[in-house]
Design a protein around this ligand. Structure first.
Ligand code: ZN
Ligand code: ZN
Length: 299
């Protein structure tokens, strides 16, 4: 299995078009890496690809990663998409790939997310042939059993445009297992809390991609960027006694934070937050990060 981070930033990216903060300015000057909006691509064989979330930056992300580019006059190696939630930065890229695609895409999401998203005109077409949009609650397979996927309902909110309601199914995480290699990867780029189910899923994965939106609840307000707080947006902060890093302390698997907001001090490797993250043995994702599981990882 190949896992490729296409984008590692939260909504807006780094730099964000309307933001002149120190992190965005550093990215503009080329002193820090640019980050497109969060999405991952996964494949059992390098031929067929599934996306976890579909960012509005998808067209650029495809051009920067050759395996996602067409191999014939018209077509795409992208077979389908798994959506964690209905936020525009996680499915807005569907509008980018709306051109005729003979094979169609299979979109997977919770039923709540399917209903919220397909109520929007731009996304309704993905419920109709040649596409399919499946509501998933139980485990399913991709690529004739090459990958086994278990959707997990995690604490979270519906998007702002759908009322920010705390509803079961508003946010899913996906555990993906590859029987051939024995590898297991958890994709949880959004969650409002680490409940028992999520904590166990993080501990039981070889690699866990986690919600890295915000280091602290009030960092946007403190930086003068926005009065919104992380928790009110449905994101559990990473730092602090009640943050996600403390909730998963003591693990030795790979824990990779992604979906990083441009206010997050982790974007500065010299920050105290970055030091704390390193000491905890956790990592920060970056655009172009790639994991490969070829031989059995469990000897
Ligand atoms: Zn997002
Ligand atoms: Zn900024």
């Amino acid at each position: 299995m190949i896992v490729r981070v296409l984008g590692s930033a939260a909504g807006g990216g780094v730099p964000q078009w309307n933001c002149g903060c120190a992190h965005c300015a550093a990215a503009r000057r080329g002193e820090a890496p640019r980050r497109s909006q969060s999405s991952l691509a996964l494949s059992p064989d390098g031929e067929r690809w599934w996306l976890v979330n579909v960012s509005p930056d998808l067209a650029t992300q495809i051009e920067e990663f050759a395996p996602l580019q067409p191999r014939s006059l018209r077509g795409s190696p992208i077979v389908g998409m798994l959506l964690t939630d209905a936020n525009v930065d996680h499915l807005g890229g569907l509008a980018v790939v709306r051109q005729t695609h003979p094979a169609g895409f299979t979109v997977y999401s919770s039923d709540v997310v399917r209903r919220i998203a397909t109520a929007q005109m731009a996304f309704a077409t993905f419920e109709e042939p040649p596409h399919r949009w499946l509501s998933v609650e139980e485990p399913f397979t991709l690529g004739e059993g090459a990958l086994r996927v278990t959707p997990l309902a995690v604490p979270g909110l519906t998007p702002g445009y759908a009322g920010r309601e705390r509803t079961r199914g508003a946010v899913l995480a996906y555990r993906v297992e590859e029987p051939a290699s024995g590898a297991s990867v958890l994709f949880a780029p959004v969650f409002a809390a680490v409940d028992q189910t999520l904590a166990a899923a993080i501990a039981n994965a070889d690699v866990a991609f986690l919600d890295g939106s915000f280091w602290s609840d009030d960092e946007m307000e403190n930086a003068g960027l926005d009065i919104k707080h992380a928790r009110s947006l449905g994101h559990l902060p990473i730092g602090g006694a009640d943050g996600s890093l403390a909730a998963i302390a003591g693990l030795h698997n790979r824990r990779i934070y992604t979906h990083v907001n441009n206010s997050n001090p982790l974007l500065d490797p010299a920050s105290a937050a970055s030091q704390t993250l390193r000491e905890a043995g956790a990592e920060l994702a970056f655009d172009g990060m790639e994991l490969r599981f070829t031989s059995p990882v469990h000897a």
